[in-house]
Design a protein around this ligand. Structure first.
Ligand SMILES: Cc1cc2nc3c(=O)[nH]c(=O)nc-3n(C[C@H](O)[C@H](O)[C@H](O)COP(=O)(O)OP(=O)(O)OC[C@H]3O[C@@H](n4cnc5c(N)ncnc54)[C@H](O)[C@@H]3O)c2cc1C
Length: 261
């Protein structure tokens, strides 16, 4: 595995390699996209052009995997509407246009971070874990779901994580409760140097608060409806400690204290 060479965005016609159903309504789409694989940094996203009647805007999806050797990227997405339904209908050999990689990703100057995710928020964290592992870091992962079935992510993270910690709302796997039920003791005893979170905003706010109490730097990846993804349309603008920022261009990854102030 070679390192990403530079930050750069391209428009690329990507060919579908595989489309796999991971769970009810959740898919992993592997695409041949050498330019994206070469430039991608963990936490960045792509704007996917979907060919479906009535779908005009590109749809933003986080990069879940990027491999420079095979020239492939993977997207992991939940089918929620017309655009993602059209993506789920793509078959090997078909093409889809990508614009990216876009936005600011996670910091890479960490050795032993705890990555905390829930739901589809685990997708960019998978890319982060892969990059860190390949650079010799030792990420650990804390993932939460409503039930054991939602934690199918374990198998995807296993090759790239020093340890995986689990919580479920119903107690069917791991500690019962939200990720914040386990987080304080993990951060107190785990010797981590940072925290990164992606998932529902209420979860990220809880994670950021515990990290701050433990004196650990915390990054969060925000999700907003976006139009262009390039910082022009302002539809994803948010107020931060440093004034107005665009989630698509200044984020989606931000230091927690900048956006949860
Ligand atoms: C930076 C970024 C990265 C993302 N990464 C992923 C990912 O890795 N995997 C994944 O499954 N999804 C991800 N999303 C969300 C994804 O973009 C939407 O689910 C998708 O655009 C929905 O398109 P659609 O045409 O299928 O649904 P639509 O018909 O557009 O919408 C269907 C439903 O989903 C809701 N919805 C659509 N987009 C968003 C959004 N951005 N935030 C909240 N609710 C939304 C709508 O309100 C509506 O209820 C990401 C979003 C952003 C901004």
């Amino acid at each position: 595995m070679t390192l990403p060479e530079m930050k750069s965005k391209v428009m690329e016609e990507a060919q579908v390699r595989t489309q796999k159903r991971l769970a009810e309504g959740v898919y992993r789409l592997e695409l041949s996209a050498p330019e994206h694989a070469r430039h991608a940094l963990p936490g960045q996203f792509v704007q996917v052009q979907v060919k479906s009647p009535g779908v005009f805007l590109r749809r933003p999806l986080g990069l879940a995997e990027a491999d420079t050797e095979s020239g492939s990227v993977a997207l992991i997405y939940r089918e929620v509407g017309k655009g993602t339904a059209a993506l789920a209908a793509l078959r090997p050999g078909e093409q889809v246009n990508l614009l990216g990689p876009l936005g600011q990703g996670f910091r890479m100057d960490v050795q032993h971070p705890l990555l905390v995710g829930g739901g589809m928020g685990l997708s960019p964290l998978l890319c982060y874990a892969q990059h860190l592992w390949r650079h010799g870091a030792q990420p650990e992962v804390l993932m939460g779901g409503r039930t054991a079935a939602e934690l199918f992510w374990q198998d995807l993270f296993a090759p790239y994580a020093a340890a995986i910690h689990l919580t479920t709302d119903d107690g069917s796997l791991g500690r019962q409760g939200f990720v914040t039920a386990l987080l304080p003791e993990l951060l107190a005893e785990g010797g981590y140097d940072s925290v990164a979170a992606c998932g529902p905003e209420i979860m990220m706010r809880g994670v950021a608060k515990v990290a701050q109490e433990q004196g650990l730097p915390c990054e969060v990846s925000l999700e907003r409806r976006m139009g262009c993804g390039l910082g022009a349309c302002l539809s994803c603008a948010i107020d931060t400690a440093h004034g107005r920022r665009k989630v698509c261009k200044d984020g989606p990854v931000f230091p927690a204290e900048e956006v949860f102030c």
